[in-house]
Design a protein around this ligand. Structure first.
Ligand code: SF4
Length: 122
């Protein structure tokens, strides 16, 4: 019991130290925190289009450094001022550092990559 109190005090002290440094848990990568995703506005997307984000396992931040939306065959760079691009498979705004299960290496000539077929949507 005393050990748990000590651990809790130590944790709170460390949390206070982080706050003093201007860091908060949501800003620390790897702590389960998230930064705001500028490409999360799905206004105007149909339910079916929203479902593509789930079906393909889209996430706004890749876990595989070498595989990002902005180096994927299906990526379309932003045409406006914002950071979000688009994708020929997953609907809605796409984060450049995002990723999904259908990531595919770009193919010279723009042909569909082998294995780049979209998953079945049911
Ligand atoms: Fe990103 Fe997936 Fe679209 Fe490729 S297919 S651009 S990894 S969402």
């Amino acid at each position: 019991m005393a050990s748990q109190d000590l651990d809790r005090r130590r944790f709170l002290a460390q949390l206070g130290a982080l706050a003093t440094l201007g860091l908060s848990a949501p800003a620390i990568p790897g702590c389960g925190g998230r930064t705001a995703d500028p490409c999360s506005d799905l206004t105007g997307l149909s339910a079916q289009d929203r479902q593509t984000r789930v079906t393909y396992g889209y996430r706004s931040q890749t876990l595989i450094e070498a595989k990002r939306c902005d180096n994927c065959h299906f990526w379309k760079a932003a045409s406006g001022a914002g950071p979000c691009g688009s994708c020929t498979l997953v609907k809605g705004p796409i984060a450049p550092a995002g990723y999904c299960n259908s990531w595919a290496q770009p193919v010279p000539g723009g042909q569909a990559p082998p294995g780049g077929a979209p998953p079945q949507t049911g």
